[in-house]
Write a protein that binds this ligand. Structure first.
Ligand code: CU
Length: 616
């Protein structure tokens, strides 16, 4: 899934890795007199380390001219490269296979790390060192296991000391696609982990090769016995008794113990230190693939549910791309069944333009933001069938209505949430009249912030006492957080503050323009369909009359004049404004930031701004 620039970089990286591996494999097996086990070591390491593996190969092991391999690979640094590659190829293979399996099983990260270390160590020791090397080194399999135990332990400790923090911090970082083996990012983290692990293991291998605890590169010519080109071999005619002819003495027991002890300490630090910063109790099934907003505080005790709540809408869930001109709040036509008005709502993830050049990945009813307008008359029997096509369970709440409890919508309180692919039928008789709205009542924090709401207008059966106007316009408010092409639910939380604001799913200058003539009136129905802020909605060009609050028409003496009304989440105000003078009159929120688009103004404003264009 290509959703971030890193994905393109990873594709390039893995293409380079594939080409590098193909070259190293071809050259090793066609031209290079390296021992078979080391050939495979280089191939695997180049697969994991890409062009860096290729670099190591040409610098340290590729025979420059026929017959020169023995001499070419002699320097200590080259021998140590060989020794590190040999160790890392086995360890990394064990670690990566274990990581892919533990991630698929959804085990917590801290268990993953222990399994990975164990698998890497055992694979390195039992397969790569002892089994594959037996032909080189001679002796029994068990003898090799015993002899290689400490060198393998030292090397593996250093490898994992470097690789573990890379895996922990990057997998549990902002982009947790890194936890999922089906994502390229997972393999990218593995690559980086092997590179860092290699760099950490290299100095330890230099020390071990210098002291003849480990062999380095080898030369294997057809018909001849393979030669282990350890630094000792210039004095050796029989090379397999490793370290017997060293120019440097083997380390003393205290030296070996001290080095081993330090590597154990570094290993434990590498395993444990990331746990101070990230929650290693989580696994791929908890948060795998979640991408978190930049700036979100993620501490070692942030629960998985909190991360899922704040994570981006993954673009792969977008099932419909709405055209830029699409509008929300379009009238929904019911069909009549035995006197019941039947409406159909369907939730899904859509790509929606809030500006001509800015899209959000929204949770939508009937592929629009806001959802379609449901308009009925007081006393109507209504039936609303809701089909859920979201990647998560949902419900619908009918805000402010008097209805049977089972029809009210709160998830897990009055009903089981509607699972993806399932449906639920709400049915009730409308007993009130006025401006209402419907919205999700499952994980409201996330779902409503992503667009799951719509207007519900109930006309009174007797319209005589209703405050009337020449025109009418519904204003539904919303806050959005869209960064780097990803949409996160906007919240009053660190890192989740909104940077876009919409009236009926559009930010100014993409908002509607109302057209009136001087002397005409308009009824503005403000709906606090947003989740976070109280928006002081202001109209230019003279005061309006507040005629209704939360669906209740105010009695004449209670109506009042104002030019700004605080619309809080869930609140509704009906106001009637008179066009007194010709010109362009603004309707806007009076919090300055809410009239910007990502902190910029265009054509005199942004966000919660719209124009009433009055002509004479
Ligand atoms: Cu505001």
């Amino acid at each position: 899934m290509i959703v971030q620039p890193i994905d393109v970089a990873l594709i390039v990286w893995f293409l380079l890795a594939a080409l590098s591996t193909a070259y190293v494999g071809y050259d090793q097996f066609a031209h290079n007199p390296e021992a078979r086990v080391m050939k495979w070591g280089f191939v695997l390491i180049t697969l994991y380390m890409g062009p860096l593996g290729l670099l190591l190969y040409v610098m340290a092991d590729k025979e420059p001219a026929p017959g020169t391999h023995e001499e070419f690979v002699k320097p200590l640094w080259k021998q140590s490269v060989g020794s590190t590659i040999h160790c890392c190829a086995g360890d990394a293979t064990g670690i990566i296979v274990a990581a892919a399996i533990t991630a698929s099983l959804g085990l917590p990260m801290w268990i993953d790390l222990i399994v990975e270390y164990t698998a890497g160590f055992l694979f390195g020791l039992l397969i790569f060192q002892s089994l594959f090397m037996r032909r080189m080194m001679g002796g029994s399999y068990i003898g090799n296991v015993r002899r290689m135990f400490v060198p393998e332990l030292i090397s593996m400790n250093m490898m994992m000391a470097g690789m573990a923090p890379v895996m922990s911090l990057m997998m549990m970082g902002r982009d947790m696609r890194a936890m999922h083996p089906a994502e390229l990012l997972f393999w990218g983290v593995m690559s980086l982990g092997v590179i860092v692990g290699f760099a950490c293991a290299y100095p330890a291998n230099v020390w071990m090769v210098f002291h003849n605890l480990k062999h380095g590169l080898m030369t294997e010519r057809p018909g001849a016995k393979p030669v282990a080109n350890s630094r000792a071999t210039k004095h050796a005619t029989h090379s397999h008794g490793q370290g017997n002819h060293s120019t440097a003495s083997r380390p003393t027991r205290p030296q070996l113990a001290a080095v081993t002890g330090i590597t154990m300490l570094l290993l434990l630090t590498g395993l444990a230190a990331p746990a101070f910063y990230v929650n290693l109790r989580l696994g791929a099934h908890d948060v795998g693939s979640a991408i978190m907003p930049p700036g979100m505080i993620m501490s070692r005790d942030t629960p998985a549910a909190s991360m899922r709540d704040m994570s981006a809408v993954l673009p792969r869930y977008v099932s419909h791309v709405a055209p830029p001109y699409a509008r929300g709040d379009t009238p929904l036509t019911p069909r009549l069944e035995n006197g019941v008005k039947v409406f159909e709502l369907e939730t899904s993830v859509v790509r929606w333009n809030i500006l001509s050049d800015v899209t959000v990945d929204a949770y939508a009813f009937n592929r629009q933001v806001p959802g379609p307008r449901i308009r009925v008359t007081e006393g109507d029997r209504v039936r609303i069938r809701v089909v859920n096509r979201l990647p998560e369970a949902t419900t619908v709440h009918w805000h402010g209505l008097i209805l049977p409890n089972a029809m009210d919508g709160p998830a897990d309180i009055t009903q089981e949430p509607i699972a993806p692919g399932q449906s639920y039928v709400y049915e009730f008789t409308t007993l009130q009249a006025g401006t209402y709205f419907y919205h999700t009542h499952a994980n409201v924090d996330r779902q409503q912030s992503l667009g799951l709401y719509g207007a519900l207008i109930i006309d009174p059966r007797n319209r005589d006492n209703e405050p009337k106007a020449d025109a009418e316009y519904v204003i539904q408010l919303q806050e959005w957080l869209q960064r780097e092409g990803l949409t996160y639910p906007a919240m009053l939380m660190e890192g989740a503050f909104p940077n876009y604001f919409t009236i009926n799913g559009k930010a100014y200058p993409s908002t509607d323009t109302l057209r009136l003539k001087v002397g005409q009136t308009v009824k503005l129905r403000f709906i606090g369909s947003n989740n976070n802020f109280i928006h002081p909605m202001h109209v230019h060009g003279g005061p309006f009359t507040v005629v209704a609050r939360d669906g209740q028409t105010l009695p004449e003496p209670a109506r009042f004049e104002a030019d700004t009304i605080n619309v809080g989440p869930g609140q509704r105000y009906d106001v009637i404004w008179t066009a007194r003078e010709p010109g362009k009159w603004l309707v806007h929120c009076h919090i300055g930031h809410h009239t910007t688009n990502n902190n910029t103004e265009a054509q005199g404003g942004g966000g919660l701004t719209m124009i009433i264009d009055v002509t004479a």
